[in-house]
Write a protein that binds this ligand. Structure first.
Ligand code: COA
Length: 275
């Protein structure tokens, strides 16, 4: 494990081979998101996107919590009288939590422990995968202090929660645990806190072993077809398949077919080809 690949004020970066942890790092404030943290996250994700060693990104929080949402003091009150800073903060907040994460070219995993409130939901939803501690606490607490789940939160929750749950948790502000989040498929699964990192790494290693081009094109395809008609999807997926064939620097498709059909050294149904 190596740390501090790039220096940032409110975000820490740690590497574990091909997996890079990007860590919200204000544990004394339960990782509440300040304007500086948003800007740091933009820089961290820009860096990880270009970093060749990084195959998988894990988003998590330092200390005992994932994220207590937007920082009420620095993000809200602190920018009430500073429209320029408010606009910059909003832009940065949206850019990393949704624009960058939801279209990130490498696999992303949210690893959630402790508290995850309000604006902390967006990056969990934007990541490809989410794994939570059984006893993590999720809450759309905005209604408790007289605001709405803004900054795209209300929209994002409807992408992964069913409509009844989205309304229920947004309007009541009731909390739900990691185990409940897994039961409603808000996260892929929940595990005991003591196993959270190990289980996250198990998934990360599985993703690291796959062809980066195939992972990227697959996640882009699955995300994109959701808003399409079947006819649009068919055309798009045909084009996307052709693009992957020409763009994959490893030429994985040909290599894998050779290994299966000619050399008979691998079975696609049982794992990835030898890279
Ligand atoms: N914004 C600003 N500061 C926050 C914060 C937030 N969202 N969440 C926590 N903090 C700060 C506290 O003000 C406190 O600062 P201080 O030490 O200078 O007094 C510090 O973090 C620790 O918080 P504290 O409330 O003492 O910790 P706790 O473990 O008892 O409770 C929470 C943690 C997360 C339950 C509680 O802090 C909370 O409800 N925070 C707001 C969560 C929220 O509604 N977020 C949505 C915003 S959109």
């Amino acid at each position: 494990m190596t740390t501090d690949v790039i220096e940032l004020e409110n975000v820490k970066i740690e590497r574990d081979e091909g997996t890079t942890f990007i860590i919200l790092n204000r544990p004394e404030k339960r990782n509440a998101m300040s304007p500086q943290l948003h800007m740091d996250m933009c820089n961290a994700l820009d860096w990880a996107e270009e970093d060749e060693q990084t195959k998988v990104v894990v988003i998590t929080g330092a200390g005992r919590n994932f994220c207590a949402g937007q920082d009420l003091k620095l993000y809200f009150r602190g920018t009430d009288d500073d429209p320029h800073m408010r606009a910059r903060s909003r832009r940065a907040a949206h850019r990393w939590r949704w624009e960058k994460l939801s279209s990130f070219p490498k696999a992303t995993i949210a690893m959630v422990h402790g508290y995850c409130f309000g604006g902390g939901f967006t990056p969990v939803i934007a990541c490809d995968f989410a794994i939570a501690a059984d006893d993590a606490t999720f809450g759309l607490s905005e209604v408790n202090w007289g605001i709405i789940p803004g900054g795209l939160v209300a929209w994002a929750v409807t992408q992964v929660m069913n409509y009844r749950d989205a309304i229920y948790y947004s309007v009541t502000g009731d909390r739900f645990s990691g185990a409940e989040a897994a039961a409603m498929k808000f996260v892929n699964k929940s595990v005991p806190l003591a196993k959270l990192r190990e289980q996250t790494m198990e998934l990360a290693r599985k993703l690291e072993a796959k062809s980066p081009a195939a992972v990227r094109y697959t996640k882009e395809a699955v995300r994109s077809v959701r808003g399409m008609s079947h006819a649009q999807a068919l055309d798009y997926l045909n084009c996307k398949s052709d693009a992957l064939k020409f763009k994959d620097p490893e030429n994985g498709r040909e290599k894998a077919m050779k290994q299966f059909l000619d050399e008979k050294v691998f079975k696609p149904g049982l794992g990835e080809f030898k890279r």
